[in-house]
Design a protein around this ligand. Structure first.
Ligand SMILES: *Cc1c(COP(=O)(O)O)cnc(C)c1O
Length: 374
């Protein structure tokens, strides 16, 4: 491993304290020290998602962000249920695959490349058909598109209040404005290694009370073993109530490091975090387009541009990526099938953006400018 600066859209650079916590000795997940710590983590997850009022339940599982799709699909949707997917890139498509694997019937509204799905289309579709759930990828990490979750949620509440609103917040929770309670979200899934600023390995989500009751309904058969909320909700409730409970082994080190990451994140205040990401993103996007003449994949300037990463067209992506790598900075290429070989992606989330001591993003920009690669 090297000391390269990791500026990909996850995993991101983690703080020294978060990294130290990963090296702590193993302990039994039932000892009071860990029970207290995990209780604090779950309570801080409520703050992270802005889910103070909702009864609901924060859920922390060993697994990557993808596990959140399985949890949503296996617990909230039944075979033959109709689901509306808002397609803004590779990750929305993959969530659709997961839903279909569990038997859902999916309609997808595909956005123009680099843009949001037009509200009128969502409105028309919601008037046409009754959906069990709608999925919104708040930031699609393949295109850099930020969706307007608040506005879509308002539409759903108005036109189809029983529809579960499911948000993929893997690349947005911690860096984009998000309000679980105020916006009336039913399920939001995220992961430890992106804007939350911990190591990869934890799936972190929040479920509303009504979605939780649906998931626990005894008449519905569990459709996954490990991803069953019937198994996990009692465990999470117990820990949040400061009692240990076992279903499957939690990673004590990862939970300890998440504890540190959440404390660091919340110490700044979420609003300030969102603001710092917005500022850095604006600065980089403006420099790349105005000063260097690059074209972003995301429609820009517009509200569709995410603040935790920048995706832009480059004639020779491997050349730029390797130039930066030679100078100690790691960025990455595309993953969206239409543009994979034509663009690069820079992640700007977490400590690289928020720490006063680090100048990772200006330094990365300087290298791109010096490289003279277009
Ligand atoms: C990274 C990402 C995922 C997948 O997360 P993994 O931790 O790689 O499984 C899902 N959705 C979005 C929007 C992502 O950015």
């Amino acid at each position: 491993m090297s000391n390269d600066t990791l500026l990909i859209p996850g995993p991101i650079v983690i703080s020294e304290k978060v990294q130290q916590a990963l090296g702590s000795p193993s302990c039994s997940p039932t000892v009071p020290e860990f029970v207290n710590l995990f209780q604090g983590v779950l309570k801080n997850c409520r703050k992270l998602f802005r889910a103070h009022e909702t009864q609901g339940q924060p859920i922390v599982l060993v697994g990557s962000g993808t596990l959140g799709w399985d949890v949503a699909a296996a617990n909230l949707v039944d075979p033959e249920d109709e689901v509306l997917v808002l397609g803004t890139g590779y990750f929305s498509d993959s969530f659709q695959d997961c839903l279909e694997l569990y038997g859902a019937k999916v309609d997808k509204l595909e956005a123009p490349l680099g843009d949001q799905v037009p509200f009128q289309e969502v409105e028309q579709q919601l008037k046409k058909k009754q959906y069990k759930a709608i999925t919104i990828t708040q930031v699609d990490t393949s295109t850099g598109v930020l969706s307007n979750v608040q506005r879509i949620a308002e539409l759903v509440h108005e036109l189809s209040p029983s529809t579960f609103i499911i948000v993929d917040g893997v690349c947005s929770i911690g860096c984009e404005e998000f309000e679980f309670d105020k916006w009336g979200i039913d399920f939001c899934l995220s992961a430890s290694q992106k804007a939350i600023g911990a190591a990869p390995g934890l799936s972190i989500s929040m479920i509303s009370q009504r979605a939780l009751e649906h998931a626990l309904d005894p008449s519905r058969k569990p459709r996954s073993y490990y991803a069953s909320l019937k198994k996990w909700i009692p465990v999470m409730q117990a820990y949040e109530d400061q009692k240990p409970k076992y279903f499957a082994t939690l990673s004590v080190q990862m939970v300890k490091s998440l504890d540190v990451a959440l404390k660091e994140l919340l110490a700044d205040g979420l609003e300030l975090r969102w603001e710092k990401h917005r500022k850095t993103s604006e600065w980089l996007k403006k420099k790349l387009t105005d000063d260097l003449g690059f074209k972003l994949v995301t429609k820009y300037p517009s509200e569709a541009a995410a603040h935790g990463l920048t995706v832009f067209y480059v004639k020779d992506p491997p050349k730029l990526i390797s130039y930066l790598k030679q100078h100690g900075t790691v960025i990455t290429g595309g993953i969206h099938k239409q543009i994979a070989s034509q663009c690069v992606r820079i992640g700007h989330m977490g400590v690289s953006v928020c720490s006063e001591q680090l100048d990772h993003i200006p330094a990365c920009y300087k290298l791109i400018a010096e490289s003279n690669i277009h």
